[in-house]
Design a protein around this ligand. Structure first.
Ligand SMILES: [Zn+2]
Length: 74
């Protein structure tokens, strides 16, 4: 398998990817995050903290906020 850099993802996605933790998300929000992860695949890996970005989250398409690097194995 090879590592592919995908871009950056939001704090909610980090929790979901790293810990399978959806605590504190409303149902609709949880679905966005789950759908985003499913769309990309199951081998997502979270990297270094990136900081604030206006770019949308590359996993769930969420709005601007704190970001982490994210990629996947395929
Ligand atoms: Zn996200």
């Amino acid at each position: 398998m090879e590592f592919y850099e995908l871009g950056t993802c939001c704090d909610d996605c980090v929790m979901a990817i790293a810990n399978d933790d959806f605590t504190g998300m409303e149902d609709a929000r949880e679905k966005e995050v789950r759908d985003g992860i499913e769309r990309i695949g199951e081998y997502l890996i979270v990297g270094e903290e990136y900081g604030f970005s206006w770019r949308r989250c590359d996993v769930c398409d969420g709005l601007a906020g704190n970001r982490h690097d994210v990629g996947y194995l395929a």
